[in-house]
Design a protein around this ligand. Structure first.
Ligand code: HMG
Ligand code: MG
Length: 312
């Protein structure tokens, strides 16, 4: 397998944490319902390929996301086979009902997902921006009481298909409120892939100006317009060291018009390797996993690196 030439760029972080979302953000958007055993095998292969964090599924309403209706069954099987590794996998929980379902299985990392815009809050959570916090407040408080870590996503950070441009200050306000409720990390979501490099620098800078350290930020890019890696570069230049990505570039959001695949983990790994930035992923094993997943889904991976390396 070929690897990129390594030429470091001064001033970038030396190590990055890749937060793998393929099993959740990827599979939530598949038209077909993937069998639970295929999802479990996917997650196990991602762990074996070195993914340090694998967001495994969502405890959301099964009618809203039928693709992940088997969350309890999936996590029960993973806990049986992987023990604490599986209990440490983050899962999405929008509300207390979702949290209860995660607690029943002894899971230790939850993620709530907020919207920066009114329209998407209504479409994704069935309530507006203000009332999403009424749902998150008791959910996060109880999660923290039980010793869980809670990640807070903010969606539509760069643009919204219904509302257009989203002001940076509006995103910072939603993010700050999640941190104030006790989230340990914020993942800033470019749900529809419209972020551009200057916008990424401006948004991260606005959080820093608001007193939020870059160590508390993660960036979550969808690659709709092919800008995701350039945006990672802007994030690295701003000092952000956690990036969400999805094996093979699976992904999207069923409630966001025009949301396509996430940044592919393999593309990210190739890019980081070329800069001499440590990420801990086994690129060969990752490509093999995405090739296998593409066979399960019956279509090729959109990742340029998967395609190039699978043929090499
Ligand atoms: P709702 O209908 O307003 O819920 O949905 P409710 O509180 O009114 O309850 C209605 C019924 O649902 C009740 O049952 C509840 O028990 C049940 P009934 O009493 O009628 O029999 N219920 C649940 N059942 C199972 N699990 C639950 C649950 N909650 C309620 N957790 C809700 C509100 C938030 C639940 C709904 O809108 C929902 O599930 N939304 C999820 C949408 C979603 O998963 N979207 C994709 C993830 S976000 C994303 O992809 C973006 C991201 O990647 C970042 C980015 O790219 O920007 C993270
Ligand atoms: Mg997403």
């Amino acid at each position: 397998m070929s690897l990129p030439m390594v030429v470091a760029e001064p001033g970038l972080p030396s190590r990055v944490t890749v937060y793998e979302v393929g099993a959740r953000d990827g599979l939530q958007n598949e038209k077909a319902i993937i069998p639970t055993e295929v999802k479990a095998a996917f997650v196990e292969r991602l762990v074996a390929a070195g993914a340090p964090i694998v967001e495994a599924t969502s405890f959301v309403h099964p009618k809203w996301v039928p693709q992940l209706a088997d969350a309890a069954e999936l996590m029960t099987g993973l806990v049986e086979r992987l023990g604490d590794t599986a209990r440490g996998m983050p899962v999405l929980v929008p509300n207390e009902r979702g949290l209860d379902r995660a607690l029943e299985l002894g899971l230790r990392h939850a993620a709530v997902f907020a919207s920066a815009t009114e329209t998407f809050a209504n479409k994704n959570l069935n309530r507006g921006v203000e009332s999403q916090f009424e749902m998150f407040e008791p959910t996060i408080a109880r999660a923290l009481d039980h010793g869980l870590d809670v990640r807070g996503y903010v969606s539509m950070c760069f643009g919204d298909p219904w509302e257009g441009a989203v002001p940076v200050a509006q995103v910072v306000e939603v993010g700050r409120r999640l941190l104030d409720l006790g989230c340990h990390q914020l993942s800033l979501g470019d749900t529809i892939g419209v972020a551009t490099v200057g916008h990424v620098s401006a948004l991260v800078g606005a959080f820093v100006d608001a007193g939020v350290g870059v160590d508390r930020l993660a960036l979550h890019f969808h690659d709709t317009y092919g800008q995701a890696l350039a945006n990672v570069h802007a994030g690295l230049q701003s000092g952000v060291t956690t990036y969400d990505a999805s094996a093979g570039g699976l992904g999207g959001c069923p409630y966001a018009r025009s949301a396509t695949g996430n940044l592919a983990t393999e593309d990210l790994a190739w890019f980081l390797t070329g800069l001499g930035i440590e990420h801990g992923l086994d690129l060969g094993a990752y490509v093999e996993t995405s090739r296998w997943m593409a066979e399960q889904l019956g279509r090729p991976s959109p990742s340029a690196v998967v395609r190039a390396l699978a043929d090499s």
